[in-house]
Design a protein around this ligand. Structure first.
Ligand code: SAH
Length: 414
């Protein structure tokens, strides 16, 4: 099927942006029209809503004065109507072409994690690896596939033999499929078996030499937040000589164990989910750190900060890595307000001379926006400088035009 785009959507596709939103679809030359011939009627636009393609169907993109802009796959249910896979005529968009893209994504990473120091990393970052909507995270011998939207669901069966071969050649034995956000079975399990030996519920992986337990069955994202790997190493390096560290929104304790291994005297982990602390404590033990020497608090981070301030507790290393406050552009003003409130409260328990690592994973918040929630007025102090700005690691590549892919911000203030 052939779909006509608005001028704005066409320009974005030309720049290499991989998404066409529904309002970027000007109309379609449908099957019935095409069957009638190649005349003007074949190109007559029908309303975007009337595009009768099924999810996963190959779509040719065209626009005024541009008979061929590229090829993508239709998504019948997402606000993103088409994800663009290619802007060249050849090769055809089929499972062979996709398998080649995947092989390139895997091959790119082959040398990066060659030792046994890091056994968990992203093997395919969807759009950023030019395989839109397909994310593959590796947890040692298990690969977890996540599909954004419904466009690749009809393709996964055909892709599986290619995946099994290419991943198998790299030591992956089992492949699982992560349920879409909010999904899962009756027991809360979010991982379905696709290939190989049965999937373990939990696996211990290594990240730059640090052991990390990952809850594959029920954990967040595909199990862990692999995008913070380098930032966890940075926290480890910053922790030397610190007396008291605080990790807010600690989840499975990645930053906490990094701080403890780096030399922080006592690490306090705060998360509203108590199950996350149980995982964190096992990870402490895996690394030879006694969790009893540290503190795990099940609480709302804002409440905790208020009470800590009132008690007079102060910290000389603080990490704050909350869940996304801005799931949409509309939520942005409220999200900025929430980051400001959080950072004001954090600054009140940060010792003079302490270091603050503040993270945001909202793509709608730019680095400058985020720095605006860490300024002197917000922090009510004038002794801090921006020591470094970081983002996501190399196994999470993006595209120049795809700004949405650069979601992670990690600011080090000291
Ligand atoms: N920093 C973690 C990832 C954080 S994910 C890492 O690097 O692995 C966000 C975490 O925040 C989740 O574990 C969730 O349970 C927790 N959370 C969400 N809202 C919270 C709140 N208001 N107070 C405390 N924890 C919260």
């Amino acid at each position: 099927m052939r779909v006509h785009l608005t001028a704005t959507a066409a320009a974005a596709v030309r720049r290499g942006h991989p998404w066409v939103y529904r309002d970027g679809v000007a109309g379609a030359a449908g099957r019935a029209a095409s069957a009638l011939g190649r005349g003007a009627r074949a190109h007559r636009a029908v309303a975007a809503a009337a595009v009768s393609a099924a999810s996963g169907e190959v779509i040719e993109l065209a626009a005024e004065g541009a008979p061929f802009l590229g090829r993508g796959l239709w998504d019948a249910d997402s606000p993103i109507a088409v994800r663009v896979f290619q802007r060249t005529q050849a090769p055809a968009l089929d499972e062979r072409a996709m398998a080649e893209r995947l092989e390139r994504a895997f091959a790119l990473r082959d040398g990066w994690f060659a030792g046994r120091d890091t056994t968990a990393y992203r093997m395919c970052n969807g759009e950023g690896d030019r395989v839109p909507s397909l994310v593959i995270d590796r947890y040692d011998r298990v690969a977890v596939v996540r599909l954004d939207g419904g466009l690749l669901a009809p393709w996964i069966e055909r892709l599986l033999p290619h995946l099994a071969r290419a991943l198998g050649a790299r030591g992956v034995r089992s492949i699982g499929l992560r349920a879409p956000a909010g999904g899962g079975d009756a027991e809360g399990k979010k991982l379905a078996h696709l290939h190989g030996p049965p999937l373990p519920e939990r696996v211990v992986v290594r990240e730059l030499g640090v052991a990390m337990e990952v809850d594959l069955a029920r954990g967040q994202k595909t199990g862990a937040f692999l995008d913070q790997r380098d930032n966890r190493a940075r926290v480890r390096a910053l922790a030397a000589g610190r007396r008291r560290a605080l990790n807010l929104f600690s989840y499975a304790g990645g930053f906490s164990v990094a701080a403890a291994l780096g030399g922080a005297g006592r690490v306090t982990s705060v998360d509203s989910a108590s199950a996350a602390h149980a995982t964190a404590q096992r990870t402490f033990r895996e690394n030879g750190v006694d969790p009893a020497a540290h503190e795990f608090v099940t609480a709302d981070a804002f409440d905790f900060l208020e009470k800590a301030r009132a008690r007079g507790d102060r910290y000389d290393l603080i990490v704050s890595d909350p869940p996304s406050f801005a799931p949409s552009e509309r939520a942005k003003p409220r999200a900025l307000g929430a980051y400001r409130r959080l950072h004001t409260a954090v600054a009140r328990v940060l010792e003079p001379g302490g270091v603050l690592c503040a993270a945001s994973c909202s793509s709608h918040i730019s680095m400058e926006d985020f720095l605006g929630t860490l300024d002197d007025a917000t922090l009510e102090r004038d002794d801090l400088r921006v020591r470094a700005l970081h983002g996501q690691p190399e196994d999470h590549p993006t595209l120049p035009a795809w700004w949405e892919g650069r979601y992670l911000k990690f600011v080090v203030l000291e």
